[in-house]
Design a protein around this ligand. Structure first.
Ligand SMILES: Cc1ncc(COP(=O)(O)O)c(C=O)c1O
Length: 377
């Protein structure tokens, strides 16, 4: 093998400085849903190979340096968590939640070329872009103050456009407020209006790995009426590289698959070359944690959310969260606070997301800083 080219000293120092910077920022990253509490070092030897999961995870591939076998295991686990119908699901490991949403909306558009996509104003910013890319007609609906879709607006708008099949983009945990659009209510509206052709995509970026592990989940999955679901891998489980899973009903996917001779595989995925490491990392995380380990992450995150909510309120900072949510919402803090803490404000609110690296110590320090910054304003 060609010897490793030597990194010049100046560049080595830059790498060292980057490592120091990232290590320092880990503690303050409290506003984005990325679990930082993991150890994948056992997988480091796998960076010796240019593995690639090009093509369909369930089909043959000419490119045999792959982790497709591991990817299929990961998908089977997620399909179980999302209550997909046995024998009628398909999916792949994506580059993240955005690609999964894009895939779901692609299937929906292929099935209903004249469809209109409905999504609430609290929907992730990337969805409007995906709809533009696909030339899918869409209507943004109002949200309720709690971040959930406004069902009255949905009902009225559907009634006006009864001639076009609806593609409902449902938020299963909005980015800012962790709100869940209730699939049972949405299906009830479709039934009331006697709409026979429709498609529901569930964007379960963070909550898709929470709801399977709580005792009273809101209706969110295939059993509740979703036709496709996107979940991020790097959010609740945590991973050094972004990844995710998308699942869809197999009979819908089969209608749009195409075979490509060059790769010897079905071209069912959005990306051509796909990371072989995303699936391997997810597989390692799922297998090493086991069901008990994942449930423990969810339980601990929920405990931390309750702690954060009550500490903030005790300090006079009105904070709240949805049932089964680890997104604790409060008024937008003074700008000075955001120099120390990595938080994501939008208009007049902000939040912290209590994944396990956001410990009681971190929360206590953040609340003290917030209370102080407020009193100095
Ligand atoms: C509700 C929601 N959907 C989609 C996304 C996009 O996911 P990703 O960053 O994995 O592409 C996010 C990211 O925060 C999100 O919160």
């Amino acid at each position: 093998m060609t010897p490793r080219p030597r990194l010049p000293d100046a560049d080595r120092h830059r790498l060292d400085a980057l490592a120091d910077k990232l290590a320092g920022l880990r503690r303050s990253n409290i506003g984005y849903p990325c679990n930082q509490d993991f150890d994948y070092s056992e997988l480091a030897p796998f960076f010796a190979w240019s593995a690639n999961n090009i093509g369909d995870p369930f089909g043959p591939s000419n490119y045999r340096l792959n982790t497709l076998e591991f990817e299929r295991d990961v998908l089977a686990d997620f399909a179980r968590y999302a209550q997909a119908e046995e024998g009628n699901w398909w999916g792949y490991v994506t580059s993240g939640g955005t690609e999964g949403n894009m895939y779901g909306l692609y299937v929906a558009r292929e099935l209903h070329p004249d469809g209109i996509c409905y999504f609430s104003e609290d929907t992730h910013y990337s969805v409007a872009k995906v709809l533009r890319l696909q030339h899918t007609r869409s209507i943004m609906l109002k949200s309720q103050a709690n971040g959930e879709i406004d069902y009255t607006d949905l009902r009225e708008t559907l009634r006006i456009h009864r001639d076009a099949p609806p593609i409902i983009f449902a938020n299963i945990g909005t980015t800012m407020k962790g709100a869940i659009d209730n699939l049972a209510t949405i299906r009830g509206i479709l039934e009331d209006l006697a709409i026979s052709q429709s498609y529901i995509h569930a964007d379960a970026a963070l909550s898709g790995m929470i709801l399977p592990f709580v005792t009273e989940p809101q209706p969110w999955n295939f059993a509740a009426g979703a036709d496709s679901i996107s979940i991020s891998g790097h959010k609740l489980l945590g991973s050094p590289l972004p990844c995710g899973v998308v699942l869809a009903k197999k009979r819908n996917v089969d209608r749009i698959a195409r075979s490509i001779e060059y790769i010897g595989a079905l071209d069912t995925t959005i990306a051509g070359s796909r990371s072989a490491f995303g699936p391997l990392f997810l597989w390692y995380r799922l297998r090493s944690l086991g069901l008990e380990g994942i449930s423990e992450i969810v339980r601990r995150s929920m405990e931390l959310a309750a702690f954060a909510e009550s500490r903030l309120n005790e300090a006079g900072i009105p904070a709240w969260r949805h049932k089964n949510s680890v997104t604790v919402v409060f008024p937008r803090p003074p700008a000075a606070l955001m120099e120390k803490w990595i938080i994501a404000p939008r208009r007049d609110i902000a939040h912290i997301i209590t994944l396990p690296h956001v410990t009681e110590d971190v929360i206590t320090e953040f609340v003290a800083d917030y209370a102080k910054a407020r009193s100095e304003k």
